[in-house]
Design a protein around this ligand. Sequence first.
Ligand code: SF4
Length: 255
Amino acid sequence: MAKITRKPAPRKAPVPKKKAKATVARPRALAKKSLKATKPKSTKPWTPAEIHEVFSRFRKANPEPKGELEHVNPFTLLVAVVLSAQATDAGVNKATRELFKVADTPQKMLDLGEERLREYIKTIGLYRTKAKNVIALSAKVLAEFGGKVPRTRAEIESLPGAGRKTANVVLNMAFGEHTMAVDTHVFRVGNRTGLAPGKTPLEVEFGLEKVIPAEFMLHAHHWLILHGRYTCLARKPRCEVCLINDLCRWPEKTV
Ligand code: SF4
């Protein structure tokens, strides 16, 4: 032990210079490496004809795809989407089925109050924060938008608990706009297939909006979600029954 050198001696000027160089260079190299690891593998981009073919197949198999979050009007859709953050649609539906019987408008939600709302949604993760947000957004919808869910992205995103994904879902499902909400399933499918690779949900959203023909945009969000949820599963994709397995660019597909 005693021989461990802790002498202040070898502090010559050139040494720190060299060392300093090494410590700066190394993290940079590492950062580059980890960025490469997360970067989607570049594959040959899909041709417009292939993209048309993919969505034609989705349409043929399921002409009117539906979202799985239960709701009875735009307001309950908005609430359901806010409640669905980091929760499953099935779990949210279980709670909202009873909730929406008593509170399907902003006024009724306010009348119910935060405490009783918590009781309805206590099986959903983060329910305390979500209850607070739902009451606050109900108050804002009443005070600033005449009790109606607003129809612009900026207005929806201004509501407590609502972000870009919420706005995209509401605009698409309640108002028929050609928006693309990117959840974990859409993000995976966009990257895996090579349809719209991107490092962030926003990049994938823009990529998909750019390549999907307008005629498919109304339902594209649901086709991709359902595809990711039931076929292109995260751990074990069911490539053998996949409608688009001949077109998919994923090097690890199993067919
Ligand atoms: S072939 Fe496999 S990986 Fe490709 S989209 Fe279909 S299920 Fe997903």
